[in-house]
Design a protein around this ligand. Structure first.
Ligand code: GCW
Length: 674
């Protein structure tokens, strides 16, 4: 009650709910499917029949008397497909969808497959019940499609309850334990299943004192959450502290090669599986930003990951080991060290050393979720390692869910990038370890704070299922589900305000890939020199003559040489480096002419004026949709546009004034710069 239905408003059930459906098969997720169909039918007058034979319909009733058949076929069971390979191919999570003789059929050999098949029919709406359709197999590109929550159980004095959370408190934790009423958690699982996500990590990767106990004496809390997510095929994972043995009263060290430490972890994992039989595994941030790790004991990150992998393996669990390892106590005076190099320098040489159930979880860019970064060279550098791509749905650096910033196009660019050049595989195919997003969800009634930020969560889910999908098609799907029977004017308006919003955000913030320039600590709003003399390794090096970081091999930090294929060469020279990444790779004078024909400083002025104008225009378009959107949702977005316009102007004026003062170069068009 009081919670936004997001992309599953009741009307989306009308086509299915007004028809006759057979749900055939048995198992807990088949019960979920049946429950969903029954609820739809109760609303819209259809009927659902329950079969449990796993083949050939309910006793005595031919399939043809149903509009929809949702069937779980057991391995080796009798299917009605002429081509058994087609039926076998979808795997545990896939399904086959077809339509003939007035009956739509979804067949799956795994229960999750049936659930995803159901939501496929929901997405198709009336189209699912029209014409004929030859059998199509649908299956996810990768078996792990995960959201990481940076939620603290205890409210952290600096970071609050959800680190980098912009949607209220935690969905899972309240007053120091798992929330008493798990209805919303269950509803979350349902939304996730409807966009293809099958795993959630329920606590922050910075594992503080209270949260460390989730692994042992507090595992009952984790089990309650897992019980709520399980009916929707979502497995629960936990972030753990590498020094857990020490913190939780085990051996006095956490050396991954120490027998007593290994036995401590094996025992802890046995306890977790006793409470959560389908537990997914661990997420680990080690030797990063103050978190403990194997370096303390002179061990490698493969040693660390493999110890946890060994403890998890007998139970079928996976360890997600994050590659976000860098020196956060850098000396800004030292121009030879480069944070961008760190992940590759630490991990590329470990290829082939990780256990089969260890996944290396790599941030999509080499720095930290900036609005524009090159794709991390790590993603193409470990062919013998299961690598997962990590993106950030929570908008830490992209407007903190006060600004509209639809990230579909950015994620799609990452997933389509081919690290080995045009003939090599895309990142979406190389990421055999899965796709992970830092969740943007909290206990906010709209789930994501900004109602339009729901589109990011949905888009991530669908891209994780199909990384080469066209993001605009996914956005249209989200619009159609979230705003059923929307007038064309509303559909057009939503497209207008969302499609270009990432590029708009890029225009009014840090230019040409240089990154950061945010207020230190909370990271909201402009702070051009906010991190310039800090230990965090995030510099732009602007002076009176120029700006940017020389990461070339010839004269800079050598980062560009971490790429293979044609990329190393392309990024090496300012002449061939794409404009949007120029300042990431090169330090150039303000008068340097971009391939667009504009100078760097004029580009900065122009884009900042344009960016603000685009936000003002989006605010106007949104205001014009007031008659077509429910008042509460409209008002929430409208209010956030006020803040976005204010903040974008602040960005424009600070960035433009900064560069005018540094460079002394006037704006060609004589606009107001302070
Ligand atoms: O983006 C940075 C954030 C930290 C975060 C870290 C990480 C959880 O500023 O708050 O810590 O990344 O990814 O581990």
């Amino acid at each position: 009650a009081g919670v936004d239905p997001a992309w599953l408003p009741r009307e989306v059930w009308r086509p299915l709910g007004s028809r006759r459906t057979l749900v055939d098969g048995s198992g807990p997720l088949v019960e979920t499917v049946h429950g969903e169909v029954a609820a739809g039918c109760a609303r819209y007058g259809g009927a659902v029949v329950r079969g449990t034979r796993g083949a050939r319909g309910a006793p005595g009733v031919p399939d043809g008397s149903y509009d929809l058949v949702l069937r779980l076929v057991h391995h080796g069971g009798a299917g009605r497909h002429t081509d058994p390979a087609l039926l076998a191919s979808p795997g545990e999570e896939g399904f086959v969808h077809e339509r003939s003789g007035g009956t739509t059929t979804v067949t799956a050999s795994g229960q999750r497959g049936l659930l995803y098949g159901l939501f496929h029919v929901v997405r198709l709406g009336e189209d699912a019940f029209r014409g004929d359709r030859a059998p199509e197999a649908h299956r996810p590109a990768t078996e792990l499609r995960m959201l990481d929550h940076w939620d603290n159980v205890a409210v952290h004095p600096v970071m609050g309850q959800v680190e980098r959370g912009y949607a209220g408190g935690s969905l899972f934790w309240r007053d120091g334990s798992a929330v008493a009423d798990l209805e919303r958690v269950r509803g979350y699982g349902r939304l996730l299943a409807a966009c293809g996500i099958n795993a959630v990590s329920v606590n922050n990767v910075n594992v503080h004192e209270a949260e460390a106990h989730l692994l042992t004496d507090r595992v009952g809390d984790v089990a309650r959450i897992a019980d709520a997510l399980r009916p929707y095929g979502v497995r629960t994972h936990l972030s753990v502290n590498f020094a857990s043995p020490v913190l939780l009263g085990g051996p006095a060290c956490a050396d991954p090669l120490d027998a007593a430490v290994r036995e401590w972890w094996a025992e802890a994992v046995r306890g977790v599986y006793a409470a959560v039989p389908d537990f997914g595994g661990f997420v680990v941030k080690a030797d990063s930003e103050g978190q403990p790790g194997p370096f303390t004991y002179g061990r490698s990150h493969a040693d660390g990951a493999n110890m946890l992998a060994a403890a998890l393996a007998p139970h079928g669990g996976t360890v997600h080991w994050r590659a976000f390892v860098y020196d956060h106590r850098q000396d800004w005076r030292d121009r030879s060290s480069d944070r961008a190099r760190a992940a590759y320098d630490h991990f590329a040489t470990l290829d082939g050393e990780f256990a089969d159930n260890a996944v290396l979880q790599v941030k999509h860019g080499p720095m930290d979720f900036q609005v524009r970064e090159p794709v991390s060279p790590v993603l193409g550098a470990l062919p013998r390692t299961r690598v997962a791509v990590e993106v950030q749905a929570t908008q830490e650096y992209t407007g903190q869910q006060r600004h509209v910033c639809w990230l579909g196009p950015m994620w799609s660019e990452v997933l389509r990038f081919r690290p080995g050049g045009e003939h090599g595989s895309a990142v979406g195919a190389l990421a055999r370890g899965g796709m992970v997003a830092v969740s943007n969800v909290g206990d906010d009634p709209f789930w994501t704070g900004h109602p339009l930020a729901q589109a990011n969560l949905y888009t991530f889910g669908r891209l994780s299922w199909q990384p080469d999908a066209e993001p605009r098609r996914i956005l249209d799907e989200w619009i159609a589900l979230t705003f059923p029977s929307a007038a064309d004017r509303l559909v057009d308006g939503l497209r207008t305000v969302l499609h270009g919003s990432w590029r708009t955000y890029e225009k009014y913030t840090a230019p040409l890939g240089v990154g950061f320039m945010v207020q230190p600590g909370h990271h909201y709003g402009p702070g051009v020199d906010g991190y310039e003399y800090s230990p965090w390794g995030t510099y732009h090096f602007a002076d009176r003559d120029g700006i940017g970081v020389d990461r070339s091999a010839a004269t800079g930090t050598g980062y560009a040489a971490q790429y293979s294929g044609p990329w190393a060469e392309l990024y090496e020279s300012p002449g061939s480096c794409p404009d949007e990444l120029l300042l990431f790779f090169h330090h150039v004078p303000y008068g340097h002419v971009l391939s667009s024909g504009r100078t760097v400083v004029q580009h900065i002025y122009d884009t900042h004026f344009e960016g603000v104008a685009e936000v003002e225009e989006a605010r106007r378009v949104w205001a014009g949709l007031a008659d077509l959107v429910e008042p509460a949702r409209h008002a929430r977005v409208a209010e956030r546009y006020e803040e976005q316009v204010r903040c974008a102007r602040e960005w424009r004026d600070q960035v433009n004034s900064y560069f005018l003062r540094k460079s002394g170069v006037a704006d060609e068009r004589g606009r107001t710069i302070y």
